[in-house]
Design a protein around this ligand. Structure first.
Ligand SMILES: Cc1cc2nc3c(=O)[nH]c(=O)nc-3n(C[C@H](O)[C@H](O)[C@H](O)COP(=O)(O)OP(=O)(O)OC[C@H]3O[C@@H](n4cnc5c(N)ncnc54)[C@H](O)[C@@H]3O)c2cc1C
Length: 292
């Protein structure tokens, strides 16, 4: 039985993915599946495993470039209420994989729990953000993670604890298909002190990003001891364009997708920037942006 017939209420066929990503570009998914419950999610995983159907998880699409060609197999989004719950118990917050990072941070600040507030302004879901270990010099999300519940491709559930997890620069070893929920261990503090740090972090981050009306994504990881944005700017690439994709003049490590940009434009821009920085500074930049 085709996947659409097995899960008709939660499956959209040939669904364009552009509206689900921050860049608003990219081709359609063969099937976009949006399960309503964990049981439905597990049933889809088992189905895909049995039929050898490729499966990808889509969070908020803030660290993602979707190619212009159709994406084969299943793209899954965790959108139902079960996948966006956030609960506090003492100094621990458990957030579902589909919850918004912003909601988690707001919840932690309201609860007077410190640790996540300097990540304010980074957009994405909890699942995508923990997988990508979001953060900057002020801290990384991985430092607050206590436990992560993941699903394997056969839908079996595993809880990975802090000491079994490895977080790197904008990366983690969480490579199971689904992050179901994440538990964070935070520090009880005066809520006003946490709020003050959050406000400061917001101002600093917003000043170093493209304007909020622009569709821009980060391109590269910072090489050890260096700053990708400075390397790109020093190579004279601010405002450099390929088609309608342009390097931001507010931060050289962001590509802006103006209307009409294709995934090919962004990929060519990435190749050009990498080659120029290699020529000018002798540094090979490593891509941070996920590409499908
Ligand atoms: C303007 C702007 C500013 C940014 N600033 C920062 C910054 O300061 N620091 C920083 O670190 N990042 C930054 N980012 C990057 C981005 O915000 C994060 O990487 C983001 O949190 C990714 O989350 P997402 O839900 O959008 O994931 P997506 O982009 O949708 O997916 C990213 C990866 O996670 C996987 N994934 C998503 N959800 C799940 C899940 N539930 N289970 C398993 N895998 C999953 C996807 O398959 C994909 O491999 C910025 C991005 C933008 C656009």
């Amino acid at each position: 039985m085709p996947l659409f017939d097995a899960f008709p209420e939660i499956t959209k066929r040939r669904e364009p993915l552009a509206p689900y990503t921050h860049l608003r570009i990219g081709g359609p998914a063969e099937c976009l599946v949006q399960p309503r419950t964990t049981d439905e999610l597990k049933a889809v995983l088992r189905y895909c495993k049995t039929k050898s159907i490729p499966l990808r998880m889509l969070g908020g699409g803030f660290n993602l470039l979707v190619n212009d060609d159709p994406i084969p197999g299943v793209v899954m989004r965790l959108t139902g209420p079960e996948f966006s719950s956030i609960e506090t118990q003492g100094k621990t917050i458990r957030a579902a994989g589909g919850a918004q990072l912003f909601d988690l941070i707001a919840h932690s600040v309201r609860s007077g729990l410190g640790g996540l507030e300097t990540l304010v302004g980074i957009r994405g879901t909890v699942g995508g953000s923990v997988r990508c270990n979001v953060g900057d010099r002020s801290g990384e999300i991985g430092a607050c993670v206590r436990r992560v519940a993941v699903l394997h491709d056969d839908a079996s559930e595993l809880i990975r604890t802090r000491d079994e997890l490895t977080f790197g620069l904008h990366s983690s070893d969480l490579d199971e298909p689904v992050i179901l929920w994440v538990e964070f261990e935070l520090t009880p503090e005066n809520p006003r002190a946490v709020l003050k740090r959050m406000t400061r972090a917001w101002i600093i981050r917003k000043a170093a990003e493209p304007h909020s009306f622009q569709a821009g994504v980060r391109l590269f990881r910072d090489p050890a001891g260096l700053n990708a944005a400075s390397l790109i700017e020093r190579a004279g690439l601010a405002k450099f364009r390929v088609g309608s994709a342009e390097i931001s003049d507010r931060n050289g490590n962001y590509a802006i997708a103006h209307p009409g940009t294709t995934a090919k434009d962004v990929l060519k821009l990435i190749d050009h920037v990498r080659a120029k920085v290699k020529d000018s500074a002798g540094v090979t930049l490593e891509r941070e942006l996920n590409v499908w």
